[in-house]
Ligand binder design. Structure first.
Ligand code: ADP
Ligand code: TYD
Length: 219
C-alpha cells in the first residue's frame, strides 16, 4: 500500500459524541493498518502537543466557569499548535494520519451544541487555525445518546476521567449528535456514517471497509 502513495499524505478523522467508541476503533484501525505495512500516525484533539496538554487540562477540568467564546478559542489554540507541530510535517512526509476529533467536533460542540452558530468570524478563525489542513475522510460514529451515556458510565467504572463535557445534560449531547448528523448530510462524500451501536468487532469491520475503499481510490 505504502509504496504507491505519492504527494501529500492523508488525514482520516474519527468523530462522534462522547462515548461513541471512536477511540477504541481508531486504535484497532491503526493496528490493522500497521499490520499491513502502512506507517500511520495516531493523534487526537485536544492535547496532542506539550502546549496542547496544558490547554486540554484547562478545557476539560470541571469546576471553573468558561465562556463559550473562551472555550472556542482554547480549542482553536490547541488546533493551531497541533496542525503546525504534528499534522503538517506528517502529511508532508506522506504519512497517513488518524486523528481522534478535529474540526467537525468544533462545528458540533461549539457551533451547534453551544449555539455559536455559523458566525462568519468563527468560520474565519477555524480556517486560520486549520491552515488549509482538511480531513480527506471522516468516520462518524453514530450512536444514540442513551448508548453513549451507558458506555461512558462503563468507562468511568473502569477508572476513566470525567470531563466538563461528560457532565453536560442529555440535551447538550443530543444537540452535539444532531450537529454531527447535519454535517454528514452536508458532506456525504467525505463523512462516512458508521453504525456504532453494534459490537466492537462489527464496527471495526465497517471501519476497515470504509478505509480500504477510500485508500483504493487514493493509492
Ligand atoms: P470515545 O472515544 O468515543 O469517547 P471510547 O472508545 O473510549 O469512546 O469508548 C467508550 C467506552 O465504551 C469504553 O469503555 C469502551 O471500551 C466501550 N466501547 C467502545 N465501543 C464499544 C462497542 N461497540 N460496544 C460496547 N462498548 C464499547
Ligand atoms: P476527550 O476526553 O478527548 O473525549 P472523547 O474521548 O470522548 O473524545 O475530550 C474531548 C472533549 O472535547 C469532548 O467532550 C469533545 C470536546 N471538543 C470540543 O468541544 N470541541 C472541539 O473542537 C474538540 C476537538 C473537542
Amino acid at each position: 500500500m505504502e509504496e504507491k502513495m505519492s504527494g501529500r499524505g492523508l488525514l482520516i478523522t474519527f468523530e462522534g459524541i462522547d462515548g461513541c467508541g471512536k477511540s477504541t476503533q481508531m486504535r484497532l484501525a491503526a493496528d490493522w493498518l500497521r499490520s499491513r505495512g502502512v506507517a500511520c500516525l495516531t493523534t487526537h484533539e485536544p492535547g496532542a502537543t506539550p502546549l496542547g496538554r496544558e490547554i486540554r487540562r484547562l478545557l476539560l477540568s470541571s469546576g471553573k466557569h468558561v465562556t463559550v467564546e473562551a472555550e472556542l478559542l482554547l480549542f482553536l489554540a490547541d488546533r493551531a499548535q497541533h496542525v503546525r507541530e504534528q499534522l503538517v510535517p506528517a502529511l508532508a512526509a506522506n504519512r497517513i494520519v488518524l486523528c481522534d476529533r478535529y474540526s467537525d467536533s468544533t462545528h458540533a460542540y461549539q457551533m451547534a451544541a453551544r449555539k455559536l452558530g455559523q458566525d462568519e468570524r468563527v468560520l474565519t478563525l477555524l480556517d486560520f487555525a486549520e491552515c488549509g489542513v482538511h480531513p480527506d475522510l471522516t468516520l462518524w460514529f453514530d450512536v444514540s445518546v442513551d448508548v453513549a451515556f451507558h458506555r461512558m458510565q462503563q468507562r468511568q467504572k473502569g477508572g476513566g476521567e470525567r470531563s466538563r463535557f461528560d457532565l453536560e445534560a442529555r440535551s447538550f449531547h443530543q444537540r452535539v449528535a444532531d450537529g454531527f448528523a447535519r454535517l454528514a448530510r452536508q458532506s456525504p462524500c467525505r463523512i462516512r456514517r458508521i453504525d456504532a451501536e453494534r459490537s466492537i468487532e462489527q464496527v471495526q469491520r465497517q471501519v476497515r471497509m470504509e478505509i480500504e475503499t477510500f485508500l483504493e481510490d487514493k493509492l
